[in-house]
Design a protein around this ligand. Structure first.
Ligand code: ATP
Ligand code: MG
Length: 405
């Protein structure tokens, strides 16, 4: 068994010693069966949240009412341990009205979304698979546990989850699952935007994003996502962009805003409608502005100076992924930054006091004017950041603008 399960096995053993059942479930079991790198390891158990908390010394209650407790084993590792449960009635297409703790693993697996996600594994690596999930994994299909229509009406987010798994795993949707989504796609509107944003980002970063976006459009789900209605052509075109090369949220949303041809004036509304944090909205706006400048004037030291290294690298990554800049290497961006003569006004060896001294103590707007011109003269290497050179440059400036300060 994968080494990552080792500490999980210890958790399962502790639960068993205390008279409970416990299994690995969800994504980690699916990914192991597929020989894929695993993400988080989830454990399902017959123990109640209170019993889990009593057994382990370090726990975090992240939703005891839903049965979930995080068990912390080391500084780096923690595991989600969830009580076997079934969901009560769903009346709003997003939450169960109540969560009922149960004693049987099979009942717990039955409430899970897709057969590939409804497989359990015991501490010896034995697979418990009542819905033939492994068969579907081998056939590379995504199929709901039970009737697609019912399952999507319970929680409409599952429709978008199906498409994001298709994008991540390059699996197709089994016919009833696909048709179920197509028939009830509008229910997606009842789901909170925060949950949709998480799935959308995973979809965009999937290895099979071209297929994922095709499915998003073919199921019609895109029409029920913020400001994507009417963007069918642009979404399909984005499928040709190697989006999986992006590694962060702000480049992802920059590529989306650019690729979907969102009007400059509407970019902020677009991002806010996905409820993205202010920091990302700001980064995307800065990326787009910088990209615009570079497309008109190519990379200039001034842009890297003003934007800083991190922003420049991000805008560069986005442009490379979008095929907008084939000539500039990442190394070149580092070089431009490293070769900057100054990184801020503070680095200039000649300051406002020196200027005033030169001018016999006269204050005025001219000081900030001359400093900002001096800053650019340094960036464009028209002078050197040395006192004698700068003094001469100041005399020339005064002459040029005919100032008698
Ligand atoms: P990932 O590797 O992306 O984390 P995952 O399969 O672990 O994929 P999670 O969102 O972490 O997905 O959910 C963990 C498990 O919980 C799923 O495998 C599935 O069994 C169950 N699950 C999650 N969301 C739902 C849902 N909306 N409806 C039913 N079951 C769900
Ligand atoms: Mg997971």
């Amino acid at each position: 068994m994968n080494i990552a399960f080792q500490q999980g096995i210890e958790i399962i053993e502790r639960l068993e010693e205390n008279g409970h059942e416990a299994y690995f479930v969800g994504g980690s079991v699916r990914d192991t069966l597929m020989d894929r790198a695993i993400g988080d390891i989830d454990i399902a158990t017959s123990a109640t949240p209170e019993e889990i908390q009593a057994i382990f010394p370090k726990t975090v209650d992240v939703g005891a009412e839903h049965g979930t407790i995080i068990v912390i084993t080391t500084e780096q590792e923690s595991y989600e341990v969830t009580t076997f449960r079934t969901d009560g009635n769903y009346t709003d297409n997003r939450h169960p009205d109540e969560v009922i703790f149960v004693k049987s693993l099979e009942e717990d697996l039955k409430r899970r979304d897709f057969t590939m996600n409804a497989i359990a594994m015991n501490k010896h690596g034995k697979i418990i698979d009542p819905f033939d999930g492994e068969k579907d994994i081998n056939r590379q299909v995504i199929r709901t546990v039970g009737k697609a229509k019912d399952r999507f009406r319970e929680d409409a987010l599952r429709m978008l989850r199906a498409v994001r798994f298709a994008s991540q795993l390059s699996f197709s949707l089994e016919a009833e699952t696909f048709l179920g989504i197509q028939a009830d796609n509008a229910l997606l509107e009842n789901v909170s935007i925060e949950r949709k944003t998480i799935e959308m980002e995973k979809l965009i970063l999937g290895q099979g994003v071209k297929f994922g976006l095709e499915l998003l459009v073919a199921t019609g789900l895109h029409s029920f996502l913020p400001l994507l209605d009417g963007k069918k052509e642009q979404l399909l075109k984005l499928g040709d962009v190697p989006l999986y090369r992006l590694n962060n949220r702000s480049p992802v949303w920059t590529v989306l805003a650019y690729g979907l041809k969102i009007d400059k004036a509407e970019v902020e509304d677009f991002l806010v409608s996905w409820k993205l944090p202010k920091k990302i909205v700001k980064s995307v706006a800065e990326n787009l502005l910088l990209m615009d400048k570079i497309q008109h004037q190519d990379w200039q030291s001034e842009f890297v100076y003003r934007a800083g290294l991190e922003r420049s690298l991000e805008a560069h990554q986005v442009m490379v992924v979008l095929g907008l800049d084939e000539d500039t290497s990442k190394k070149k961006i580092y070089e431009l930054f490293e070769n900057l003569p100054i990184y801020s006004l503070k680095d200039i060896v000649f300051d406002g006091h020196d200027l005033m001294e030169l001018a016999g103590g006269k204050r005025g707007k001219w000081i900030s004017e001359i400093l900002s011109d001096m800053e650019m003269a340094l960036i464009y290497e028209e002078t050197k950041n040395e006192r004698a050179a700068l003094k001469e440059w100041v005399y020339n400036w005064l002459q040029k603008y005919d100032r008698d300060y």
